[in-house]
Design a protein around this ligand. Structure first.
Ligand code: FCA
Length: 352
């Protein structure tokens, strides 16, 4: 290029062209670097990519890893960037929101570590001019009620709980277990509305199927609903009810049920005396990958694709087209077990 340009130009002109070329080059490099400095790649047209934050309370849990994975799929389709941040406590949430704004993000999706942080998160989003979408765990306002003015996607918790109760009752019948030999244990997380509804849903369906209400024992997790905390909650229930032969186990998620099953195994109550039905699928399937069956009998598979892909898509269109997402979206589940989980999870894009 330089050669062609320099040919017809006299020396003075030549110097001038060189100057123009050099400054253009410097400006071009400068612009590119400047784009990187703001933390953003550019799209095919050289425009800076839209950035969307995705904050989750338990980044180690497969459910949340899947949400991130599907958010990335939406990002690849539409050409935006997802900034993924694990925020296990309130301080981390607020720092993350400020950081997102500093990086030029335009909005974020969050599963909060504590639903009572709702009003503080709304304030932080407003202060930083960020659009906000809550997922999985619904914010609670200062009046103690769900914040219905914050966009939200959650699972149809009661309905999914009903599916759990039905699966437990049917399998108990199939095994011919007598009511007098059997008790049920539900592991919940009291402060979480979606968890309460899941537990209530399972309980009401068990009772409707004829299971005695006074034999349904609920344990509450302290902190996050992971297997360890659920194990501890289950241990309290089992210590209070030592004389039970067979156990039905349900909970707010797979982790809660697995905690219950591990606690039972610790007391030598194994697969022949346990029916556990989870909610999630991705963590529970670990038990189905083991050669020897455990008490984890089935799970309601819920959709991280919807909660990850769709929420990010909603947010992207909100930012770029001004299209406001629906205020509330509730998603469904599918009952899976050791025999059919591979097929169904493949169909749902959750297994290769
Ligand atoms: C809550 C639970 C998760 C998952 C999600 C849909 O956030 O903690 O395990 O069930 O709802």
């Amino acid at each position: 290029m330089r050669m062609i340009l320099s040919k017809p130009i006299r020396r003075k002109g030549n110097t001038m062209w060189r100057y123009i070329l050099t400054t253009t080059l410097v400006a071009f490099v400068g612009l590119t670097v400047c784009g990187c400095d703001k933390g953003g790649a550019t799209d095919a047209n050289g425009n800076e990519k839209v950035k969307i934050g995705f904050l989750v309370k338990q980044p180690e849990e497969p459910w949340f890893q899947n949400e991130w994975k599907f958010a990335d799929e939406a990002a690849a389709k539409y050409g935006f960037d997802v900034i993924k941040i694990g925020t296990p406590d309130g301080e981390k949430v607020l720092t993350a929101i400020d950081n997102l704004a500093a990086k030029g993000a335009k909005g974020f999706i969050i599963c909060t570590p504590d639903v009572r942080l709702g009003p503080a998160i709304v304030d932080a989003a407003k202060r930083n001019d960020l659009k906000l979408f809550s997922v999985d765990d619904r914010f609670i306002g200062s009046d103690g009620k769900p914040m219905k003015d914050v966009h939200y996607m959650g699972i149809s918790a009661r309905k999914i709980g009903n599916m759990v109760g039905k699966a437990l009752a049917e399998e108990m019948k199939k095994r011919g277990w007598k009511a007098e030999d059997t008790a049920a244990m539900g592991i919940g997380l009291q402060e979480l509305e979606t968890a309460r509804e899941r537990i209530e849903g399972a309980t009401e369906t068990l009772v409707a199927a004829g299971f005695p209400k006074d034999k349904i024992h609920i344990g509450q997790v302290t902190g996050m609903a992971d297997v360890n905390n659920a194990f501890n909650a289950a241990d309290v229930v089992l210590t209070q009810h030592r004389d039970v032969k067979n156990w039905l186990v349900f909970g707010m998620n797979d982790e809660a049920v697995l905690g219950g099953i591990r606690a039972l195994e610790g007391r030598n109550v194994g697969v022949d005396r346990t029916i556990g039905v989870g909610i999630g699928g991705s963590t529970g399937k670990g038990d189905w990958e083991m050669e020897k069956p455990t008490g984890f009998f089935a799970a309601v598979l819920i959709s991280p694709r919807h909660h990850g892909y769709m929420t990010s898509e909603f947010m992207y269109k909100w930012i770029t087209e001004g299209k406001e997402p629906p205020m509330t979206t509730f998603t469904d589940g599918i009952l899976i077990n050791r025999d059919n989980y591979k097929k169904i999870m493949k169909e749902q894009g959750l297994l290769d």
